[in-house]
Design a protein around this ligand. Structure first.
Ligand SMILES: [Zn+2]
Length: 389
């Protein structure tokens, strides 16, 4: 084959660079010498082809690690331009447009992904979302991802693989790629005694995970596949629904998320950053976002020293050390709205009042006009920031 290529290059008068070519020995180690013309070609265990790293063990692990490193560099190139002054939702927009394509380039070919590879992808994005929002490392990753509306990377990989399946199905019948795909597809389903590796078993697993296998079956019998837009909608709705359900399940079964879920139930997870976008009060929003993501903790209050069930709720509504600031806040709230409103608010539980000041207006929404809503929100947030809770 090398001789063929060499003869062809002589015929058409171009040159191969033997230093830029390598031989990959799959399965068996090679101890032969390969020549391209009169120069030898090195034998290697990995090489890049079209920007995708191919290794002899056919595992995508090294490529995934490379991609995450590439993504980290791309992210810091953006972050170095003063992203701390931007709304995290804006930075996430840049991350989606610049970093994600760099990380997921060629991910359609990451077949046989192992749990450690998935962890590598997850860890990469968790680091980024925390950095974007200025959260400490120990903040729960599900919260950080939810607050920026980012999708988990393993989910994006699955979506891309399913879109790649569409591309293969829609290729012209004469193309070699399509012929190989059809051959491998029928071989996978027809000859179950042979274990197949690669894209087809991988995509079949994804299809069955989201109950979409019937589309591939019907394609094999009729040759019909949904259009690009239809398929995109089918894939997005199936995966998003599954993912939303699993995320909620994860969060509801964990006590750390109790406050976060309560605060976001009427507003959406990204409420704080939307608030910052609308009002321009980014520093206040960053402060409140940290409070949103603080898990409920019991212990001694660091201001008054009393043992309390929930430190944050106690400090917002009960702590004697913050009495003066609190009275000022209540006074401003009653001036802004009405005595009746303040009376209704204060008749509720500590937890309720705290959540109200943290942004969940819940049932009291009926008492507030839309303009009051924002003013009350501003006052509450200013109080929380001023008291450095
Ligand atoms: Zn206290």
């Amino acid at each position: 084959m090398l001789n063929c290529a060499y003869d062809y290059s002589l015929k058409w008068r171009f040159e191969f660079n033997p230093l830029k070519s390598v031989i990959l020995g799959y399965r068996t180690e090679l101890d032969l010498v390969f020549n391209l013309g009169d120069k030898s070609v090195n034998i290697s265990t990995e090489t890049k082809h079209l920007g995708i790293l191919r290794t002899v063990d056919l595992s995508p692990s090294t490529d995934i690690q490379h991609s995450c490193r590439k993504g980290r560099n791309a992210y810091f190139a953006i972050a170095g331009t003063g992203s701390c002054l931007l709304n995290p939702l804006t930075v996430c927009g840049l991350y989606n447009k610049i970093v994600i394509p760099a990380v997921l380039y060629g991910c359609e070919l990451w077949n046989g992904i192992k749990p450690k590879d998935l962890r590598c992808l997850e860890t990469f994005q968790h680091f980024i979302v925390k950095h974007i929002q200025g959260f400490p490392k120990r903040t729960r990753s599900d919260m950080c991802e939810s607050m920026t509306n980012l999708e988990r990377l393993p989910i994006l990989v699955e979506k891309r693989k399913l879109m790649f399946l569409y591309k293969l199905c829609e290729m012209k019948a004469q193309s070699l790629t399509k012929q190989i795909f059809i051959y491998r597809l029928f071989q996978y389903f027809g000859d179950t005694s042979r274990k197949q590796h690669g894209f087809i078993p991988d995509v079949t697993n994804i299809l069955s995970k989201y109950s979409l296998l019937n589309f591939l079956n019907s394609y094999m019998f009729t040759g019909c596949f949904p259009t690009k837009l239809q398929w995109k909608n089918i894939v997005n709705s199936a995966i998003n629904q599954h993912e939303k359900h699993r995320k909620e399940e994860r969060m509801r079964s964990d006590n750390d998320f109790t406050r976060f879920l309560r605060l976001s139930e009427n507003n959406g997870y990204d409420f704080i950053w939307q608030y910052a976008k609308y009002t321009g009060r980014l520093r206040t929003a960053k402060h409140v976002a940290k409070l949103w993501s603080t898990p409920p903790t019991s212990g001694n209050c660091n201001l008054c020293g009393h043992f309390v069930q929930d430190t944050l709720y106690h400090q917002i509504t009960m702590c004697t050390e913050l009495q003066t600031q609190r009275h000022l806040l209540y006074k401003r709230l009653s001036e802004m709205t009405s005595d009746n409103f303040l009376y209704t608010l204060l008749s509720k539980s500590d937890e309720y009042v705290s959540c109200f000041l943290l942004g969940n207006h819940e049932a009291l929404l009926d008492f507030l006009t839309p303009e009051h809503c924002l003013d009350v929100l501003n006052e509450g947030f200013s109080y929380l920031t001023y008291c450095r809770l």
